[in-house]
Design a protein around this ligand. Sequence first.
Ligand code: HEC
Ligand code: HEC
Length: 256
Amino acid sequence: MRLLAACFLFVGAACSPETTQLEPDFTIEASQRVSGSNFLTPETVAQQNDDFENPGYLWVERGADLFEQGEPSCAGCHENGLEGVATHYPAFDTGTQTLINLEGRINLCRTRHQGLTSLPYESDELLSLTAFVAEQSRGLPISVEVTPQTQSAFESGANYFMTRRGQLNLACTQCHDDNWGKQLRGDTISQGHGNGFPAYRFEWEDFGSLHRRLHDCDTGVRAAPMELGSQTYIDLEFYLAVRASGLELESPGIRR
Ligand code: HEC
Ligand code: HEC
């Protein structure tokens, strides 16, 4: 990746692409796959792992309260809890014939089973319910597979990951497959996995979804970001989940 190194050294210098679309390949072997928390300080990891010190648990608690609300309530139908469920999302919903993420699944339950409206993406309520459901899979490995029904979504996610974009003309793969472990603007580039989300980010001073993080990476290369909750980001989220298979879920994660 000499070209990328040159782009980093001379930001703003010509980084003209030889091709726009890079070849999809899993350059990170399963044995080398590591969570973004590996690149955090031990103090931050300790804070993440302490339910009382981790600010994300405020959202988990609010989610637990919301889970009791509605007629019937979420809890009324899911009395045995939702342990392990988050490990297989995004997933294909046969009713709508679309790939949905956890946020979409929760909103489907509201509209389909509770006669309520969808919660806006990134709203505090949707984040809280998502955190509450995701937390029940903490420590469990991501288990998402490509099926004939999700093949095209997987390809669209892979294409997004491999396509150069923005004024910096960089693809996700160039940072997160080819240059993880290296420094960039005072940060260590991780492998770009979504297993910590929704997460509390110090930079946000707030809790946010994976899509908000993706939005930040897109704007980081000065590209026009996609809408949070858009099918493009859901497909990308799916690609990321397949790429991160086996990594343990950490939500509510803490990140810089
Ligand atoms: C210029 C390099 C660069 C590009 C291009 C880039 N990112 Fe990132 N990304 C970063 C940095 C730096 C961070 C923050 C540190 C870290 O966790 O890697 C980050 C964080 C992330 C995270 C959060 C990881 C965690 O554990 O918190 C995800 C997920 C991610 N990126 C996905 C993507 C995707 C998908 C794309 C393409 C749309 C992309 N990134 C493009 C540099 C980049
Ligand atoms: C009236 C019963 C009912 C209510 C109320 C309900 N759900 Fe569901 N939920 C279901 C059913 C049935 C499914 C299986 C998929 C389907 O048929 O829609 C499901 C699926 C799910 C799943 C995915 C499970 C999996 O294994 O993939 C999640 C997560 C979920 N519900 C969360 C919620 C949340 C959060 C609420 C409250 C906002 C809620 N549900 C309210 C009936 C309900």
